[in-house]
Design a protein around this ligand. Structure first.
Ligand code: HAM
Length: 427
């Protein structure tokens, strides 16, 4: 029987880990620079949380959730995204009692039953941030800036930022009405999928992937023309704040995209996406927006929030495509090579070195040549060679595998060898 990993999942092998190290470490660093603190929530939640939070009509809830009854009969779902979970945790842990806004970040696996293709998998990983408890546009600008800085610090170039405002519930009804009317007027020109979408959720027709729909969507009513009052003021202030970001980030730019609506139901006002310049339909690197209605929907007190999530698989694909350097993982300080009957002395020495914080690996008991080849394959910095003669004389031969390849005889003693390895700067 040949076992295979489930479709749409990946084994992240050691050679690929430097890329993962880079996206995680940069995420942590940038999140801390902006004062965001880490939160971890469970991998699975009550199914209702996502049905209510993400929205019953969304593709995620309709088709993509991994849901099951557990042995106690509870309906459980592997989280398809992080925002609903973070808001649940905010309510459950009384975080409204903390000074607001509460700035949180997470980096975790998410699960969606989708048709796997490049950049779209069933188990994927997100770096997400959520700023909860402050309605002001300054926080929107901060979250967008954070996304921009994350991409810039990764070294990824040629990314476009698109933003839009969906307004608030009041203006939305009129907008959706007019949008519906507009698309009904051209319904014969829409492909079947979009005709169905129109019946369920007219907004979703706007972000259709079908070219004929896109042309029609360009001429459709725009949500920003329907926003009024505070939502309008919020949008106008945000645009000024974003223009001001150019002072700190000379490359910063954005475009207003009237077709940007996002695929989750909890958004209001600001929505945004970061895409690489030559993105296909699976290209969005980071996406997010404001979700002021969500806390109320989940049964908490009304509390505004905004955040984003970036897909780590997609960011890594972009790092590779742009051939950006990552730090190779370091090899061990020492590989111990043993000959003749020196095997157990080698093993004892290896333990002694590790106890002194020198990373040490034993070469497999084979020929000298094979052991040296093994040491090179591990990117070792030094080899310590022990044969019967060395054990008898109480010395070890320490050879640097770096430039110059100096070789020295050192007392066969873990402390002495550790000291030697440190002093030659190879550790
Ligand atoms: P989302 O647009 O569903 O938003 O996902 C955000 C990002 O996760 C996408 O832009 C993409 O990079 C990545 N992603 C999504 N699905 C997949 C997949 N199947 N395979 C690989 N990568 C994927 C959210 O999840 C919201 N919770 C974002 C948010 C946070 N809004 C406010 N706060």
């Amino acid at each position: 029987m040949n076992f295979k990993r489930p479709r749409g999942t990946a084994d992240i092998l050691p050679d690929d880990q430097p890329y993962w190290g880079k996206v995680y470490n940069t995420a942590r660093k940038v999140a801390h620079q902006f004062g965001y603190r880490r939160i971890d929530t469970p991998t699975f939640e009550d199914t209702n949380l996502f049905e209510r939070g993400v929205g019953n009509e969304t593709d995620i809830v309709q088709k993509e959730m991994y849901s099951f009854d557990d042995h106690g009969g509870d309906m459980i779902t592997l989280r398809p995204e992080g925002t609903a979970s973070v808001c649940r945790a905010y309510i459950e842990n009384g975080m409204h009692n903390l000074p607001q806004p509460v700035r949180l970040f997470y980096a975790a696996a998410m699960f969606r039953y989708e048709r796997p293709q490049a950049g779209r998998v069933r188990q994927f990983h997100q770096f997400g941030v959520e700023a909860i408890g402050d309605p002001s546009p300054e926080v929107d600008a901060e979250v967008i800036e954070l996304g921009w800085k994350y991409i810039a610090d990764l070294g990824i170039k040629d990314v476009t930022l698109r933003i839009n405002s969906l307004g608030d519930a009041e203006g939305r009804a009129d907008y959706i009405n007019d949008l519906d009317k507009y698309f009904l007027g051209v319904v014969d020109q829409l492909p079947k999928v979009d005709q169905d979408r129109l019946k369920r959720a007219p907004l979703r027709v706007l972000d259709s992937k079908a070219r004929e729909t896109q042309a029609l969507a360009d001429a459709a009513p725009k949500s920003v023309d329907y926003i009024t009052g505070e939502a309008k003021e919020h949008w106008e202030v945000l645009l000024v704040l974003l223009d001001n970001l150019k002072q700190a980030y000379p490359d910063f730019s954005y475009t207003v995209d009237h077709r940007l609506v996002r695929g989750l139901d909890y958004y209001n006002r600001t929505v945004f996406e970061f895409e690489p310049a030559d993105a296909g339909s699976q290209g969005t690197l980071i996406a997010g927006g404001r979700y002021d209605p969500l806390m109320g929907i989940l049964g908490g007190q009304e509390t505004p929030g905004i955040g984003f999530a970036g897909g780590l698989e997609r960011l890594i694909m972009e790092l590779k495509k742009q051939e950006l350097p990552v730090k190779a993982s370091k090899g061990p300080d020492v590989v111990v090579v043993t000959l003749g009957d020196a095997g157990s002395a080698g093993s004892t020495l290896a333990a002694g070195l590790r106890a002194k914080d020198i990373s040490t690996v034993l070469a497999p008991k084979r020929s000298m040549k094979a052991q040296m080849r093994y040491a090179n394959s591990q990117n070792a910095l030094n080899v310590v060679i022990l044969g019967d003669r060395e054990v008898e004389n109480g010395v070890a031969s320490v050879k640097s595998l770096g430039e110059g390849g100096a070789q020295s005889e050192v007392t066969l003693d873990a402390a002495a060898i550790a000291e030697h390895v440190r002093s030659t700067g190879n550790q």
